[in-house]
Design a protein around this ligand. Structure first.
Ligand code: HEC
Length: 136
């Protein structure tokens, strides 16, 4: 008898099983998430920067009344450490009509205000006077 080559069952078209499809979906979801996190962490425009905030605080003259560390001065209130929330600071800066001049968004963009807030937040609390020898 001659062997027949026609006995092999017809090849089935390769189909992705539902389990495989789910695995592929999970892998792509992880890739997309990782890529987004990388993007967010490397694009500083998305996150407020204390470093840029310090520059803005100096450039816009906040320091002249509030002190370079936001510690307060003869003309301006203490702003740091533990600054008020960003929403409060932003609303105050835009709407003040007292001794502090208001800053419009054109002069001081909202991203600068967020950076200034980050700068004020980054400042450490003053040391306890009891730990300063000359005061005791
Ligand atoms: C000419 C001086 C002067 C300058 C410049 C100035 N401030 Fe002020 N700021 C003040 C005074 C005075 C007050 C208190 C005013 C009041 O109560 O109406 C104040 C209040 C504030 C408050 C509210 C504080 C609170 O606890 O209620 C914030 C926030 C603030 N300033 C942020 C800033 C920032 C940020 C800048 C720079 C963009 C700036 N200021 C520039 C004088 C100044």
């Amino acid at each position: 008898m001659t062997p027949s080559f026609n006995q092999t069952p017809a090849l089935q078209p390769i189909q992705a099983s539902p389990v495989r499809q789910l695995k592929a979906f999970k892998v792509s979801a992880v890739v997309v998430l990782t890529a987004s996190l990388w993007f967010l962490s490397t694009h500083s425009a998305w996150a407020a920067s204390a470093e840029k905030g310090k520059e803005a605080f100096m450039k816009h003259g906040c320091w002249q009344c509030h002190g370079t560390q936001g510690q307060g001065g003869a003309a301006g209130l203490k702003l740091a450490p533990a600054p008020k929330p960003l929403a409060y600071i932003s609303a105050f800066i835009r709407n003040t009509n007292g001794p502090m001049p208001p800053y419009t968004e054109k002069i001081l963009p909202e991203s600068d205000v967020a950076d200034i807030h980050a700068y004020l937040q980054s400042l450490p609390p003053a040391p306890d006077p009891k730990t300063i020898p000359i005061l005791n």
